[in-house]
Design a binder for this molecule. Structure first.
Ligand SMILES: NC(=O)c1ccc[n+]([C@@H]2O[C@H](COP(=O)([O-])OP(=O)(O)OC[C@H]3O[C@@H](n4cnc5c(N)ncnc54)[C@H](O)[C@@H]3O)[C@@H](O)[C@H]2O)c1
Length: 262
């Protein structure tokens, strides 16, 4: 797939990976780019830079997702490519209150479901359309220190797989973007727990956008800006218990480092 000539929505485009995607898609010659984010000022900055449209919306609600899609349809006629990129991290485990589990579930998973609900019928009628779901390597592996992030990213990947299988023969393409650390506010603010160790191999958002464009052109469902993630995923599938032992060791190392040891 090429982005040239496509109408695109990027959620979470006010910052980080979403802003880099919007910039890159504009450079590739997208017909139109709409940036939806709850950060209205940031969305406007991106929109001005790429000659696109900014929509302020809470994408953790179906109403917000629909508002973004309605605005894109009014401007471009229809949406060719929807990038469900907005997401949050949240530290902790079973003790995290239900309301917080619901909040991360809504933005990291349900926003993808609501977008598909609104867009799939039109895409089937036209015989074409695409979704890029920003998942995470945590969707294939896990996020040490954050059960809500691990669980919601697995769910997002599962929904992307389901869309690809169910509608792939009707012209709908689905891509799952699964990076490890990326140098954005999410990583710097350690939203999903102690993520300092991820900084060592963290990429710039522009490198992630480059991997996305290459993944589109290759037609790969799984887009891995950190190619080593494919090997980690293979090891997990080959010997689950060994992989769990390895992850416990990594967790210990992270704890010791966080406490000032080495
Ligand atoms: N940074 C990383 O290390 C990393 C790694 C793997 C995956 N990801 C994923 O990449 C995606 C983008 O994150 P980022 O790293 O660019 O972080 P970021 O914090 O820079 O950007 C996230 C954007 O999403 C927006 N957003 C969050 N919740 C929203 C809501 N309810 N309604 C509207 N907008 C909302 C924020 O305002 C922000 O502009 C996320 O889904 C994240 O889980 C990030």
């Amino acid at each position: 797939m090429k982005v040239t000539g496509l109408s695109v929505v990027v959620t979470g485009g006010a910052n980080g990976i979403g802003r880099a995607l919007a910039r890159r898609f504009a450079r590739e010659g997208a017909r139109g780019v709409l940036i939806a984010d709850r950060d209205e000022a940031g969305a406007r900055v991106t929109a001005e830079e790429v000659g696109g449209i900014a929509v302020a919306a809470d994408l953790g609600t179906e109403e917000g997702v629909r508002a973004a899609i309605t605005a894109a349809e009014a401007a471009f006629g229809h949406v060719d490519l929807f990038c469900a990129n907005a997401g949050i991290g949240l530290e902790g485990g079973a003790e995290v209150p239900d309301a917080e589990w619901q909040r991360i579930w809504n933005i990291n998973v349900m926003s993808h479901v609501w977008a598909a609900r609104a867009l799939v019928p039109g895409m089937i009628a036209r015989g074409s359309g695409a979704f890029l779901q920003t998942v995470s390597a945590a969707g294939l592996l896990m996020q040490i220190g954050s059960a809500p992030y691990s669980v919601t990213k697995h769910a997002a990947l599962s929904f992307a797989e389901w869309l690809a299988v169910t509608y792939g023969d009707q012209g709908i393409q689905v891509f799952a973007l699964c990076p490890q650390g990326v140098k954005t506010n999410m990583l710097f603010n350690a939203e999903f727990g102690n993520s300092a160790f991820l900084l060592e191999t963290a990429l710039d958002p522009d490198q992630v956008a480059e991997a996305v464009v290459q993944g589109f052109e290759a037609g790969n469902f799984l887009i891995l800006p950190h190619p080593e993630v494919a090997e980690f995923f293979r090891r997990k599938a080959a010997d689950y218990d060994r992989w769990l032992r390895g992850m416990r060791k990594l967790q210990d190392k992270i704890r010791v480092t966080a406490q000032g040891g080495h």
